[in-house]
Write a protein that binds this ligand. Structure first.
Ligand code: AMP
Ligand code: MG
Length: 423
């Protein structure tokens, strides 16, 4: 972790590109040690500590994929209909019988294939007549049945280490009969707001006060990650108090997030507190909104082997805090949690707006998406301020305008990051 500070973008006035910040995090942040076992119901969002090998084949036995009639393919006439006496009946959960040559068995989805049977005719395609079934020609051998292990053979890696567990992963573990999974520890994240103007929601709003929203946004964003978020309240705009609070929190957390107080104003003390107590890794990103973001490391006695607690100073403006959370805090949490790196989803859309921007920085324009024939249309929220919370609540995505772009014209293809799919 100490070597994190080797590339110092903090003093040259140079803005760090978003991609470089992401690369730095991906390359230099080791995962936290340890593992614990959790029941499947508690596994959602956790990170698998080691590979899960299939203890049995999936499906565990050869079975019918449909309701119909099981038979030997060799008994099916190549042309014309085949009439086979129905010699038995097998429902899901019933033990497999043997199939005598020249006969069929009435079978239902999920029932084991009788010994000797290799093909199933769907009931919709067959005709039952007085204890027999009439089968049309043309069905392929092996149709409508599921061999043991066709989904996953026994012993195969069902889920790799580092996989974030969501509904399909939890379902697969259950299907394999695995009731508990070894997962990585959650990342303990401490969340501060900063600013003398901030008031706690639910209390009376005094003059010149504004309610703290970032802490609630950030806690909600962390709820979707393998993190245990701790609300550490509001810090006053005071350098000593900021230093003390960050140093104390660093001792008991794996990651600290602050918002506000990281710009160049006289009341901005977060960057100085990181420099005073630890080391600054970078300050200021080439992104709008979100430029003043900072990252550093604060010492952690008896730490977990990564040499300190990373701290991210997110900007105070609510939209800027969300944009930088996505690019700094989110990958940091995933990296610390030992999760396989994830690329944020993006797709192409057609802009319905004209826009001008500076070269050399990435911009995130809030858009609502309209889906129809052709490319989805990205409709720009009419106002652009980094403090406009409604620009998020009324949008679905960020149009992500790359560094080299200087203008967008209506009809241009833009790349959108559907933030609603991420949080
Ligand atoms: P700062 O960078 O501290 O000057 O903050 C920039 C803007 O964001 C100011 O208008 C702050 O009042 C606002 N802001 C800072 N922190 C928060 C917060 N936690 N919730 C809502 N607004 C905030
Ligand atoms: Mg402030």
């Amino acid at each position: 972790m100490a070597q994190l500070s080797d590339d110092c973008f903090a003093f040259g006035g140079k803005l760090l590109a978003v991609e470089q910040a992401e690369a730095l995090i991906a390359a230099r942040i080791p995962s936290l040690p340890g593992r614990e076992e959790v029941a499947l119901h508690a596994a959602l969002g956790r990170v698998l500590a080691g590979p899960l090998h299939a203890p049995l084949p999936l499906p565990p036995f050869f079975n019918s994929a449909v309701d119909g009639f099981a038979f030997r393919h060799a008994d099916l006439a190549p042309a014309g209909e085949t009439r086979l006496p129905v010699a038995g009946r097998l429902q899901a959960g019933q033990g497999a019988a043997a199939l005598a040559p020249g006969t069929a068995i009435r079978i239902f989805t999920g029932a084991p294939m009788p010994d000797g049977a290799d093909t199933v005719m769907m009931q919709e395609d067959a005709r039952e007549e007085a204890g027999a079934v009439v089968l049309p020609p043309g069905l392929k051998r092996g149709a409508n049945c599921r061999p043991a292990g066709e989904d996953l053979p026994e012993g195969a890696v069902a889920l790799p280490a580092g996989r974030r567990l969501s509904a399909p992963e939890i379902g697969l573990a259950a299907a394999l009969g695995v009731a508990r999974l070894a997962v990585r520890p959650r990342v303990r994240v401490g969340v501060f707001s900063t600013g003398d103007e901030l008031a706690e929601p639910g209390t009376a709003l005094g003059p010149a006060r504004t309610y703290d929203s970032n802490r609630f946004t950030l806690m909600a964003l962390l709820a979707g990650l393998p993190a245990e978020a701790h609300d550490l309240g509001i810090l006053p705009d005071d350098p000593a108090a900021t230093r003390r609070a960050l140093a104390a929190a660093a001792a008991s957390h794996d990651l600290l997030l602050t918002s506000g107080g990281v710009s160049t104003g006289e009341a901005d003390h977060v960057k100085a507190a990181i420099e005073a107590g630890g080391s600054l890794v970078f300050w200021r990103l080439a992104v709008k909104p979100g430029r003043p973001a900072a990252m550093g490391v604060l010492p952690k006695a008896g730490g977990h082997g990564i040499g300190g607690t990373p701290v991210v100073g997110l900007p105070g403006n609510p939209v800027a805090a969300v944009v930088t959370f996505l690019h700094l805090a989110r990958p940091l949490v995933l990296q610390l949690a030992g999760a396989t790196p994830e690329v944020l989803p993006r797709f192409a859309a057609a802009a319905d707006f004209a826009y001008r921007k500076k070269e050399g920085r990435r911009e995130y324009v809030r858009v609502a998406l309209a889906f129809g024939a052709g490319l989805p249309v990205a409709r720009k929220y009419p106002r652009e301020g980094a403090g406009l919370l409604t620009s998020l609540t009324e949008s679905d995505a960020f149009a992500e305008l790359p560094e080299e772009v200087t203008r967008v014209a209506p009809g241009d293809q833009v790349r959108v990051l559907p933030f609603r799919a991420v949080f």
